[in-house]
Design a protein around this ligand. Structure first.
Ligand code: CA2
Length: 146
């Protein structure tokens, strides 16, 4: 069975507790449950992590190389700033799907730039927690060859 790491960046631990107009009422624990349910349905083993620290996220991407076949990454605001995360993804050569709860292209101009997108296999944004499930569905097709 293929394993997929779902990695969440800064402030996503606050999901469901603030700014419900932007991010909805779903908590990160709810997102994890949705991902684990989707993983069971799709035949994927799921790891689920969150960190507020850029270096920790870099370490988790490096460590993923030995235990995971792919990564679903919501890098939060680091999406728009982090060359370190971009380099970490390039260095591990694992397929990464970039996800966002909100449609970053319909928001402030600074959110339209992603340092993750050029090194990701694809980007899914704007579907709330469903963005994560859609990413897992895309990876399942890619990882589980017929
Ligand atoms: O839409 C997304 O998933 C984002 O990655 C969320 C980031 C934002 O900086 C990106 O541009 C888009 C922010 C995550 C902060 O989440 C919060 C949740 C509740 C309350 C406050 C922040």
């Amino acid at each position: 069975m293929s394993s997929v790491l779902i990695l969440n960046g800064p402030n996503l631990n606050l999901l469901g507790t603030r700014q419900p107009a932007v991010y909805g009422a779903t908590t990160l624990a709810d997102v994890e449950k949705m991902c684990r349910d989707a993983g069971e349905r799709l035949g994927l083993t799921i790891g689920f992590e969150q960190s507020n620290h850029e270096g920790m996220l870099v370490d988790q991407i490096h460590a993923a190389k030995s235990s995971y076949a792919a990564i679903v990454l919501n890098a939060g605001a680091y999406t728009h700033t982090s060359i370190a995360l971009m380099d970490a993804i390039s260095s591990v050569e694992l397929p990464v799907v970039e996800v966002h709860l909100s449609n970053i292209h319909a928001r402030e101009a600074f959110r339209h730039t992603s340092y993750i997108a050029p090194v990701a296999v694809g980007q899914i944004c704007g579907f709330g927690a469903k963005s994560y499930v859609l990413a897992l569905e895309a990876l399942a097709e890619r990882l589980i060859a017929p």
